[in-house]
Design a binder for this molecule. Sequence first.
Ligand code: ATP
Length: 232
Amino acid sequence: MSTIETRGLTAHYGDFQALFGLDVTLRSGETTAIIGANGAGKSTFMKAITGLIKTAPDMIHIDGAPAGGRDAHTIISQGIAMVPEGRRLFPSLSVEENLLIGTHAKRSGPWSLDRVYDVFPVLKERRRLSGTSLSGGQQQMVAIGRALLSNPTTLLCDEISLGLAPVVIEELYRTIAELRSEGLSIVIVEQDVARAVRVADQVYCFMEGRVSLSGAAQDIALEDIRNAYFGI
Ligand code: ATP
């Protein structure tokens, strides 16, 4: 279990500033949705949390302790795993080999290869095939399974529904809901605002690297989100 907080989080690409002092709390055991237009800073935020972009130590806290500036490997070992946008499977590796990459974190916990195959039986059938020979939805299952095999306490999902058929998206979100009910903290970046609000406990809307709206999903009107999204 861990609550992750950003305090005044900034991020730059060279001279370009992408994030401007974000205060975001990802509460333990909850699902947090991050929404916003293209370029709002959602992926940059995820990269900062996972150590792919360096930050100052006090810009990120895990359970109250400063955790910014750590490398990606250390962050995974602290129980934070990412399902990256675009799935990022290794084409030369089989489905099973792609999954096993997740075990390098060497964290103990409930997730094993067998358990991932129980959740996604189609991956067991196809375990010897190349990861990239699968359908988009199945590749997304590999990306989720790989993240789960690091036995995370927080799972960050960057646009997992992108380019997938509605029925496949439904299935993936059913799995996400089950993971939440088991106590996993989940962060989703999602283009489909209505879906994001439906599955989330907390919602943050980003605009141009700032939080333009935040609150409990049940208290936020879709109309307000639309305004925050487009900066009206
Ligand atoms: P999308 O929905 O398109 O993925 P996003 O909300 O995830 O958008 P980011 O990808 O975080 O937004 O981008 C935030 C800003 O940082 C944008 O202006 C983008 O052009 C810029 N940016 C992102 N990656 C880089 C990079 N590698 N180099 C320079 N600028 C970047």
